[in-house]
Design a protein around this ligand. Structure first.
Ligand code: NAD
Length: 511
């Protein structure tokens, strides 16, 4: 049980095992821990206290190019692609074991860097181990198909790795996003250049140490720390990269898609959302209230699939909002290391300011602030990036706070008359990532889920995510799917093989 608040000196102890030079945490290129080519560094801050927690090498274009070259060599000349799937799987299983062996350390490191409560980072770490195990298992399962084509041919398909995969991830699930990217790519035999968010690289760098200890071949996994504009853009543009997989904001996704056109690299985009959570009057009231809170306030709303729009059937509105506000006010906001904490800080000062701006916009637009709308009071609130659970009612569909992703603890409530009204409102944004429906009428629940233009849907629950099941969005929430067999296939090319079973001339031409 982890139940102590970190004192300043604990941070250093927590990070003691990261590979460092002159106290700078190093990035991982070609199985070596290295500084940035130009020696640049970045100081990471604890989101709960604004205190420095670590200094990390701040890579640039040169470092990204060195990592891409290493991954290219490893793919073209190294043993990885030729290695039997069983051997790749064995390494991935051992990586999962390492994560579990160091679960306590990784959990604390993630909370220190990202701020989210320990109980959330604990789940993330367990999920990360599970994800490696799932894909390690999948690596050895049947892959291709055979076709009954006219004699004398035999036609079949095999799946092959795509090549060098550039992988760019955000800060909201630093370790888990790294693993969602690396696990399927490696299982399928690709080599990787992973760029963590510049704000939260620590657990990915610890993962790099496990990879080094397990003696993965050089260049198979490279982890380059640094900003999106240089490291990320270099990965997206490079003609030596065969695929770019990105998780992050929709605007950034657009620029990555443009950059990827140079060599028509394959792309997977997991982008933003403004997901509806629809509650009908026949829903189990207590369950729907409970999940409405979880849908928006888990990870302080910094979740791509957050249920950030609550759609309530008109007759339910006043009673539901009353119960929701009462419970939202009781959510214990605080330092992620405090075992009492139920909701942590936002990732950075800049992000908290962006969320505050949205709250001001909601007021200006005429929405009613039913609760919250301000920073956490007291000393903790003055130091860290805390915004308390916030709910807007009396919204209209055109409002910015209803249409745009806020990515913070801000819920907007909308009302609907009937089933078709609910579906129309639920689909009325540019996004299509996720959606929930609460009703005791199972047939109605299914009907509405089928009409949602969204990639991930839940009936009478919200947020459960499984390594086995596909994750991704419709419309401007992305392209492609991660996780499950879909996520594995997205890291493979399909090759058609045709074999002539009667080796003799065809006689097509007479001469
Ligand atoms: P972001 O788009 O600002 O950054 C994501 C990553 O892209 C970071 O590593 C960043 O350095 C890099 N980047 C930034 N500009 C780049 C560029 N021009 N070229 C290449 N890389 C660049 O997003 P964020 O603020 O880190 O994360 C929040 C966003 O991520 C939200 O919109 C959220 O919805 C989305 N998200 C989506 C999913 C999903 O599965 N759909 C999951 C988590 C987060």
């Amino acid at each position: 049980m982890i139940n102590t608040m970190p004192r300043a000196q604990d941070s250093a102890a927590m990070l003691a095992r990261l590979r460092k030079r002159n106290d700078v945490c190093l990035m991982f290129v070609d199985n070596a821990f290295v500084e940035a080519a130009d020696g640049a560094t970045r100081t990471l801050l604890n989101p709960a206290s604004a205190e420095p927690v670590a200094v990390v090498a701040e890579g640039g274009a040169a470092d990204a190019n060195a990592a891409i070259a290493a991954a290219r060599r490893a793919f073209d000349e190294g043993p990885w692609g030729e290695m039997p799937a069983q051997d790749r799987a064995r390494l991935l299983f051992r990586l999962a074991d390492k994560i579990e062996e160091h679960a306590d350390e990784l959990t604390r490191m993630e909370t220190l860097n990202n701020g989210k409560p320990l109980r959330e980072t604990g789940y993330d770490v367990a999920d990360a181990a599970g994800c490696f195990r799932y894909y390690a298992g999948l690596a050895t399962k049947p892959q291709g198909q055979t076709y009954d084509v006219p004699a004398p041919s035999q036609s079949l398909t095999v799946r092959e790795p795509i090549g060098v995969c550039g992988q760019i991830i955000p800060w909201n699930y630093p370790l888990l996003m790294a693993v969602w990217k690396l696990a399927p790519a490696l299982a399928a035999g690709n080599t990787c250049v992973l760029k963590p968010s510049e704000l939260t690289p620590l657990t990915a760098l610890r993962l790099a140490q496990f990879i080094e200890e397990l003696e993965f071949p050089a260049g198979v996994v490279n982890i380059v720390t640094g900003p999106g504009a240089t490291v990320g853009a270099t990965i997206a543009e490079s003609h030596l990269v065969d695929k770019v997989a990105f998780t992050g904001g929709t605007m950034t996704g657009r620029s990555i898609m443009r950059a990827a056109t140079g060599n028509l690299k394959k792309i997977s985009l997991e982008l933003g959302g403004k997901s509806p959570n629809v509650v009908f009057e026949d829903a189990d009231f207590a369950t729907a209230v409970d999940y409405a809170l979880f849908a928006i306030y888990a990870n302080a709303g910094q979740v791509c699939s957050a249920g950030s729009r609550l759609l309530l059937q008109e007759s339910l509105h006043d009673r539901f909002v009353g119960a929701l506000v009462e419970r939202a006010k009781k959510i214990r906001v605080g330092d992620g290391f405090d075992p009492q904490t139920e909701m942590g800080p936002l990732i950075s000062k800049a992000h908290a300011e962006k969320v505050e701006k949205y709250i001001a916009t909601g007021r200006d637009e005429g929405a009613h602030l039913a609760c919250g709308g301000h920073r956490l009071e007291g000393e903790l609130g003055q130091r860290g990036n805390f915004i308390v659970p916030t709910i807007f009612t009396q919204t209209t569909p055109q409002m910015k706070v209803v249409q745009e992703e806020i990515f913070g603890p801000v819920l907007v409530v909308q009302t609907f008359k009937d089933e078709s009204d609910a579906i129309r409102l639920a689909n009325d944004t540019i996004y299509g990532l996720a959606g929930g429906v609460f009703t005791n009428d199972v047939a109605k629940g299914h009907r509405v889920l089928r009409k949602l233009r969204a990639g991930i849907t839940w009936l009478n629950t919200y947020h459960p995510t499984y390594n086995e099941a596909p994750w991704g969005g419709y419309e401007q929430s992305g392209i492609g799917r991660e996780l499950g067999t879909y996520g594995y296939e997205a890291y493979t090319e399909v090759k058609q093989i045709n074999v002539n079973l009667a080796v003799e001339p065809s006689g097509w031409f007479s001469g």
